[in-house]
Design a binder for this molecule. Structure first.
Ligand code: FAD
Length: 401
């Protein structure tokens, strides 16, 4: 059906112009690779500058210092308006069913801050500018992947638009429901958390104190992430399916009342809310991240529960390591699809991603139980970590990397 169509031949073809795809394109373009990125969506509009409650992006990420450093190295961090990122220096985590709590502060590890809360569309827009201004990189919107076939020159990719591409290395950066992963039949282990997350922007009656607030309930975790305005936070409220159905159906007034009941304690009080949307939560991990002429990065390789806000950070680490391995291979005269480089990438990233996924699963199971013994154990555990300097520093090191 597709025969006879012209085929473009970059060195690397990236499917997906999300944060992972665009950061990889920029990093590889700077190493001298010719990169084409295709995305099924339309080119995103420039982000709104309005500070109204309904104007903030509903998707935000808590970026760690390591992710920020990587974005800085690409020139993207500098392109994100500083008055639009929420720099946080504290973190409060507590068990809503008991008395256990833990507080982290940047001062305890002599760090200037713990991270920044950034609207995804700002990170995306900054990266798009970087990618488009990098020689050798082209980004094509409204080019949805349709089919893939392995040839002796690499994977031949056909888009719904009719165009075709063939590169020695194809990268799947097409998110949690990766079509690259399914079309190439790369096996993955996945299961539903039987939870959905409600996200939205909340106006507070009292300031957020540059702190991330997270309550663990037996129906799921609730996080308030501080935005640049000190009276606004991004809410990520993960709820078991049945509870989600009832909470999502509430009108604004009843929703706020329910939210404030869940937050009761030291947390700031919610006063008003913008639009809310829900995301079903899935855990998915590809058994292998690499195959012949093919590599998966970020959510296409692994998606995890948002309770620790680590999905984007893990994805950016994938990109940093993959770009470095491909540059090293190139410097040694190896081809861009060198299995040695791809395997080195997989080895480094799989270990770290699996460790984070196991930790998140442990947290979710531990806090998902209303069993009185589990409640006592996790409260004693939280208080213990809070009081032990060494243990606390270890947890903070994980949060900063
Ligand atoms: C509720 C929630 C809260 C979160 N909070 C945090 C947080 O605080 N911190 C954090 O680090 N992470 C967080 N995450 C995770 C984070 O959002 C993801 O890890 C990150 O967005 C993944 O980026 P990506 O580039 O891999 O994928 P995506 O952002 O999903 O991008 C994939 C791109 O591929 C394109 N695409 C898809 N299919 C095709 C196709 N067939 N053809 C062409 N293009 C295609 C899409 O249009 C899209 O542009 C959260 C996730 C959720 C659900």
């Amino acid at each position: 059906m597709h025969s006879g169509e012209p085929v473009a031949h970059p060195d690397v073809l990236i499917i997906g112009a999300g944060i992972a795809g665009l950061s990889l394109a920029t990093a590889l373009g700077r190493e001298g690779f010719r990169v084409t990125v295709i995305d099924g969506a339309a080119r995103p509009e420039p982000p709104s500058e309005s500070r109204d409650l309904d104007a903030w992006d509903l998707r935000v990420s808590a970026l760690t210092p390591a992710s920020i450093e990587f974005l800085q190295s690409l020139g993207a961090w500098q392109a994100i308006p500083t008055d639009r990122t929420g720099c946080y220096t504290g973190m409060r985590v507590w068990d809503a069913q008991g008395s256990g709590s833990i507080a982290f502060s940047a001062g305890e590890v002599a760090a200037p801050f713990l991270g920044h809360i950034v609207e995804n569309r700002l990170t995306l827009s900054a990266l798009l500018r970087c990618a488009e201004s990098t020689a050798g990189v082209e980004v094509l919107w409204q080019h949805a992947l349709d089919s893939m076939a392995l040839t002796d020159q690499g994977w031949q990719i056909h888009c719904e638009s009719g165009e075709a591409f063939c590169a020695p290395l194809t990268v799947g950066a097409d998110g949690a429901r990766s079509r690259v992963r399914s079309l190439t039949a790369m096996p993955s282990r996945q299961w539903s958390y039987e939870q959905s997350a409600i996200v939205g922007t909340i106006a507070l009656r009292t300031p957020h104190q540059d702190t991330c607030w997270q309550a663990f309930m037996d129906t799921g975790p609730l996080a308030l992430l501080p935005l640049a305005d000190d009276d606004k936070v991004a809410m990520v409220w993960s709820l078991d399916r049945a509870k989600h159905e009832s909470v999502v159906a509430l009108n604004d007034e009843a929703f706020l009342a329910q939210l404030n009941r869940a937050l009761a304690g030291d947390a700031p009080e919610a006063m008003a809310l913008g639009p809310r949307v829900s995301f079903p939560l899935m855990q998915c991990h590809a058994v292998d991240y690499v195959d012949e002429g093919l590599v998966l990065v970020a959510d296409a390789a692994h998606s995890i529960h948002p309770l620790a806000g680590q999905g984007m950070n893990l994805g950016l680490s994938d990109v940093r390591v993959l770009a470095q391995e491909l540059a090293n291979a190139n410097a040694s005269g190896l081809p861009v699809s060198s299995p040695v480089a791809l395997k080195r990438y997989q080895r480094q990233r799989k270990t770290e991603n699996l460790a984070m996924m196991a930790a998140m699963e442990g947290f979710k199971r531990g806090f998902g139980s209303a069993n009185p013994l589990a409640v006592i154990a996790r409260n004693v555990g939280l208080n213990l970590v809070d009081q032990r300097d060494g243990l606390k520093r270890w947890f903070m090191k994980q949060a900063l990397s």
